[in-house]
Write a protein that binds this ligand. Structure first.
Ligand code: SF4
Length: 81
């Protein structure tokens, strides 16, 4: 899984930090630090964090598990409100 946060959109509301503290941390009042390549065991927390972000700043992509065709590109999904 690859995580991207649009830091221009992020307003530092910190919902992601509460829901996935292993992956998102606020440094100071508004600087968000995050892990762009979290472990698979963090996926559920990151999905919740992305859904809770008030400004939909968190996006991610992960390999498709449905396709057995080699060379299929990763699916990209955006979650939010
Ligand atoms: S929940 Fe969204 S706006 Fe709030 S710190 Fe996380 S990415 Fe930024």
């Amino acid at each position: 899984m690859r995580v991207v946060v649009d830091l221009n959109r992020c307003q530092g509301y910190a919902q992601c930090c509460f829901l996935a503290p292993e992956s998102f941390k606020l440094v100071g009042e508004e600087a968000l630090m995050y892990d762009p390549g979290p472990d698979d065991d963090q996926v559920e927390k990151i999905l919740r964090a992305a859904a809770s972000c008030p400004v939909q700043a968190i996006s991610f992509e992960r390999p498709s598990s449905r396709s057995s065709k080699p060379g299929k590109k990763n699916e990209e999904a955006y979650y939010g409100h």
